[in-house]
Write a protein that binds this ligand. Structure first.
Ligand code: SAM
Length: 190
């Protein structure tokens, strides 16, 4: 609701970058990418069993990005939508992504951040503070919506921190209003 349904089109755009082969839906949650991944052999991983119980993918694994329960060089693709702000250890997550990806495998990362432009960033911060606190109060979920607001500032801008993850960057683009959503496509080259 918060994205006015645009998250579906962002996920679809992310999935359009997958190559043939298997896919790890990292932080799959309730399986929002299910329809975009119908033609793929998918493993859905999430630490939250309750979320996974609502997830329609056939192969479901309880686990965390920091310690993936898969062999080295196992996946052709890893798709990670709206998860990175939630993980506890980003470095371990990227190490694990590199380990379980095959050579030339794709890592596709979709997440929210803040607009690049400083004025728009401040405007966006005030906007999400007001809107997300209001929604939290109305839905009696203040803690979760406060987390969402503050999580948008947890990581540096994607252009800054995604240059140094030992994966070859193929695409990094901004989407959504003021460009607060980003899509990154990376390949494992060694
Ligand atoms: C906002 S939901 C996104 C779910 C889904 N990918 C989507 O596109 O809607 C974030 C998900 O990340 C999961 N998550 C949190 N920490 C994680 C971790 N360390 N490793 C994997 N998933 C994690 C949460 O349980 C939750 O299901």
């Amino acid at each position: 609701m918060i994205t006015f349904g645009f998250d579906k089109s962002w996920r679809r755009q992310a999935a359009e970058n997958l190559k043939l082969g298997n896919v790890l839906d990292l932080g799959s949650g309730t399986g929002a990418s299910y329809y975009d991944l119908k033609k793929y052999n998918v493993v859905a991983l999430d630490p939250d069993e309750a979320m996974l119980s609502l997830n329609k993918f056939e192969k479901k694994v309880v686990g965390r990005s920091e310690n993936l329960p898969f062999d080295d060089d196992y996946f052709d693709n890893i798709l990670c939508c709206f998860v990175l702000r939630n993980v506890e250890n980003i470095d371990n997550t990227f190490n694990e992504v590199r380990r379980v990806l095959k050579k030339d495998g794709k890592f596709i990362l979709l997440d929210m951040s803040r607009p690049r432009n400083n004025v728009l960033k401040q405007f966006h911060k005030i906007g999400t503070y007001i809107v997300l606190h209001l929604i939290g109060l109305v839905t009696l979920n203040l803690k979760e919506y406060r987390f969402l607001h503050f999580s948008l500032d947890k990581l540096p801008p994607p252009e800054d921190f995604l240059i140094d993850i030992n994966l070859e960057q193929k695409i990094l683009k901004r989407m959504g209003i003021f460009g607060f959503v980003y899509l990154g496509v990376f390949e494992k080259k060694s």
